[in-house]
Each structure stands twice: as C-alpha cells, then as structure tokens.
Design a protein around this ligand. Structure first.
Ligand SMILES: Cc1cc2nc3c(=O)[nH]c(=O)nc-3n(C[C@H](O)[C@H](O)[C@H](O)COP(=O)(O)OP(=O)(O)OC[C@H]3O[C@@H](n4cnc5c(N)ncnc54)[C@H](O)[C@@H]3O)c2cc1C
Length: 474
C-alpha cells in the first residue's frame, strides 16, 4: 500500500505540500461550518502535478477536495472528514494573452476573478462575471459552482462563459477540451457537465473564457418602491424597454438596508424617501451612440406616472455608481455583522418573485414567529437570497434551520424554481436535494458520478451523499 504523505511530498516538494499547522488557512469553509483536519494541502504547480496528486490519492484511497478561493457558501471546498487531501489551485494562476480577434482568453484555474478583470482592462475587454467575492474567488471555483452573479441576466452563468476546459479526471488522465469556439456539437457538451460539478467529477486546471468589449458608457439608477410587487412590475417594463442594454437589476429590502447602515458607518442612503424595497438598475453599452440615459429616464417617467417608483436617483459619477453598488453588495456582510443567520439561495421565474416573498414570509413566520427576513438578490433572473436573522432578542435559531429550509425549498420547487440557484449543493444542501429532486433526477446524477468517479475519491459527500448508493434512490 502506498504511503500518500511521502508520495505527495516527494512529487510536490516543500512549496507544494503543506501539513501540520500550515493547513489552517485552507481548513475552514467561508461560513466556518465545516473544517475537518485534512491529511495535508497539495498545491500543485501545473496540470501534470495535479494528475499525479489524483493518481496517488486514488491508489491510496484518499479523498481529494479541490479548493479555489474558498468563498463557496455550501461547504464544498473543505475536507468532509479527517484524512482527505485539499487540492488548492492557488499556485496555478497564469493567464495567456487575450485573443482579440476571437474574444477569448486561456487561463489557469487558480486565477482570481478580480485579477482577470484588471488584466483585461488595457485591452478594452471584459469578462462579465461579477460577484461580492471577486477579490478571492478563482476561475476553477467559479466553474465548479457554475457561479451566476449580478450580470447573469445579460451574459449568463459561468457555463455560458466557458468555451473550453482542461480537466484532470478521477483516474488521473487529462481531458484536453481547450477549444475556443462557441459552436462545437461534436458529441455531448462535456464542458457543461463540469460546470457546477463542485469538484465531484474532476479537477478543472485550465479554461478558455469568453470575452466581451468593455462598455463605453453606463447609466445606473437607485430606486425605491413600496413593495416587491411594484419593483417587479417596473423591472418587467424596463427589461422590455432596455433589452440587451440591461446589465444589472438588483434588489434589496429596507430591512437589509437598515442592517447595512447600522453596521457600516461609511455607507449612507442617498434618497429622501425609503419604501420597502430598493432596486439598482444598470444599462451598459459598448457603443457610445446608444442613448442609455434617455432609455432609463423614459422608463423612470413611466414608473413614476404609475406610482410604482416612489423616489430615485441616477449616479452622476463613478464614485456615486460605486456607492449604489456597495449598498447592494454589502447586504451579506450587513447581515453577518448582525449575528447568526440562515442563508437560502432560491430562484423562481422572475414574474413570481413577489408571490414567493409573500408566501415565504407567511411560511417562515408560522415556523418561527418574529423571524427577520432579508430577501435580496438578482431581480432580473429571479434569484433571491432569502436570508433569515433570528427574532429580536434571540441569538440562536439553528434548531429551526431544517424546517425553514424545507419550507422555502418546497415553495420554490412548487413555483417551478430551485432551492439551489447559484451557490450549488455542497455539503449543506444535500438533504434538500434528497427531498426536493425526483428519484429519476437523482439517479441520473448518481449514474454520471459512478461512471466518471467509480472509486469515489473526488470530493465525496458533496452534491451526492456519499453514504447513498444509486440503488437506494429507487
Ligand atoms: C460575499 C460573497 C458574495 C458572493 N456572491 C455570489 C454571487 O453573487 N453569485 C454566486 O454565484 N456566488 C456568490 N458567492 C459564492 C462564491 O463566491 C462562488 O460560489 C464562487 O464561485 C466560489 O469560487 P471559489 O474559487 O471561492 O471556490 P471554492 O469555494 O474554493 O470552491 C467551490 C466549489 O468548487 C469546487 N472547486 C474549486 N476549484 C475547483 C476546480 N479547479 N475544479 C473543480 N472543482 C473546483 C470546490 O471543491 C467546491 O465544491 C459569494 C460568496 C461570498 C462570500
């Protein structure tokens, strides 16, 4: 039997193999719910080393947990039980020059999203994935979770932005699918299979990403509405008027705003009036000729005439635009600073957002009277972060977590939506998947998992419960 520690330290050297106290920075997930002691942390420098790590772990029967920026919110990037190897892609952060004619770039999986944004700026190009964790999240992790973010309504999710992939498979072989074309129907869409697979099928080592011309102009408005129904009506109208120029349509509640203003002294709310729901709408174009201000102003007039929009302001400078976005992006942090919370990542068809929020409030208040609800997120694509704080004066409500989660999941599923919109299942949502997805759907997933990872070493306990075999799903 192979000794994995000496084999891995021989292959990776001192820079590439961490053990003992050195594993601490990699050990806990972002929300600090999971953090079994790993056997060690492998930090390979290239694809060949990743393949060797996987081969050694498979031979030794040791689980491999790929880790990017470790900002995932479902506990998928850390060890499930003592003795797994965390495989950090942090040393694989090289980028090729962007291919200007094709609008693409080849990057290693460890590239940090914000670093990619900066590198593209001088070329007049963008990679249009934006999220609050972009200073830490890495390309491999974004692909692993099929991240969505605030521009998904215009550009799609990660699976829509990946043209090609290189993946180390569970047997240590390397699949090179680094093609740079949009049209490639030569068989199953393998690259999409790995988008959102959370490290359970293979390890993404490189990717070809789709790029877009940088906007030459933007116009951003912060608006306030009496309630979510009014915001949804306005959002529907704006989508019709602004079409392909609409690049952001984000909402947050007045409760969420209160938390942000309470805990972050540098933020203020610029409007005189405050309704129950606030909306950030942004239009962008890579042409300077499109009259974005006119489109947005006409829509605002329409909304005010119908008394949907109570108050609003257009950003008059880049600093003001950044301030508007901060109010939205600091929603998770504002609630974290308030104390314990339960996070839910729901999606419903966009026209049903208001209905979901109302029904969700009724369901949650029945289970836990006084529970404080902070819905915010991506109005344009129907993705609601339906996060809960305990009733005032109560610090702990973990005993109600499962019941609340189940109620919201079945409500979303019943409306044709999902209980795991953009963060994935990780470890924390397996129970919800077991109860809210049909046996046929779970069987299909288990068949794929069995076929690609027959020895079960790739991130066990994530996405598909490791103790459940395909047969038990009947
Ligand atoms: C403040 C904040 C805001 C956020 N906002 C959003 C948002 O708007 N939209 C959104 O979608 N998410 C959001 N997230 C969640 C998180 O940032 C995303 O899920 C992100 O994609 C995770 O990237 P990461 O590099 O940190 O991945 P990690 O957390 O390291 O890993 C996530 C999963 O991918 C797997 N993985 C990592 N690297 C690889 C690889 N190379 N190959 C295969 N699998 C791999 C891991 O095993 C794990 O299962 C937010 C998180 C925070 C903390």
């Amino acid at each position: 039997m192979i000794d994995p520690v000496s084999a891995l330290s021989n292959v990776l050297g001192v820079k590439g193999w961490l053990s003992g106290g050195d594993v601490e920075p990699y050990r806990w997930d972002w929300l600090r719910r999971y953090g079994a002691v790993p056997l060690g942390v492998a930090r390979p420098a290239n694809t060949q080393e990743v393949a060797r790590v996987v081969e050694i772990c498979r031979e030794a029967g040791v689980a491999v947990v790929p880790q990017g920026g470790n900002t995932g919110l479902c506990g998928g990037a850390v060890a499930h039980e003592t003795g797994a190897v965390i495989l950090s892609l942090s040393r694989m952060a090289a980028m090729e020059k962007p291919d200007l004619a094709s609008g693409s770039i080849v990057v290693e999986a460890g590239v940090v999203l914000a670093t990619l944004h900066e590198a593209l700026e001088p070329h007049g190009l963008i990679f249009p994935m934006h999220l609050g964790a972009e200073g830490s999240a890495r390309i491999g992790g974004l692909i692993g979770t099929n991240a969505g973010g605030s521009h998904a309504l215009r550009y799609g999710m990660m699976q829509d932005l990946v043209l090609g992939l290189e993946v180390v498979l569970a047997d240590g072989t390397v699949w090179n699918g680094l093609r740079s074309v949009q049209k490639d129907n030569a068989g199953y869409q393998l690259r999409k299979l790995f988008c959102g697979s959370e490290g359970t099928l293979g390890i993404v080592t490189r990717a070809v990403l789709k790029l877009f011309p940088a906007p030459k102009q933007r116009t951003t408005a912060l608006l306030t509405f009496a309630d979510c129904g009014a915001a949804v009506s306005f959002g529907t109208y704006l989508r019709g008027e602004a079409g392909e120029f609409l690049s952001g349509l984000e909402f947050f509640s007045d409760f969420g705003l209160k938390l942000v203003l309470k805990h972050m002294a540098d933020l203020s709310f610029p409007l005189e009036t405050r309704g129950g729901v606030h909306l950030l709408a942004e239009l962008a174009s890579s042409s300077a000729r499109v009259p974005l201000d006119d489109i947005l102003n006409a829509a605002l007039e329409w909304g005010m005439e119908r008394e949907l929009v109570i108050d609003g302001a257009l950003a008059m400078s880049d600093a003001q635009r950044a301030h508007f976005w901060h109010l939205r992006e600091e929603q998770p942090e504002g609630q974290r600073l308030e104390g314990q919370q339960l996070k839910h990542d729901i999606s419903v068809p966009p026209g049903k957002i208001a209905e979901f929020i109302e029904a969700g409030e009724a369901a949650c208040s029945k289970i836990l009277p006084g529970v404080r609800i902070n819905p915010f997120g991506h109005l344009g694509d129907g993705n609601i972060h339906y996060n809960l704080s305990p009733p005032k004066g109560q610090s702990d409500f973990a005993d109600k977590a499962l019941e609340l989660g189940q109620a919201l999941a079945s409500l979303a599923t019943g409306m044709g939506g999902s209980f795991a919109a953009e963060h994935g299942l990780g470890r924390s949502k397996i129970v919800l998947a077991d109860t809210n997805r049909s046996p046929e759907e779970r069987n299909l997933m288990a068949v794929i998992k069995d076929a690609l990872d027959p020895s079960g070493v790739m991130n066990p306990g994530v996405m598909i419960s490791s103790v459940r075999q395909r047969k038990t799903f009947q």
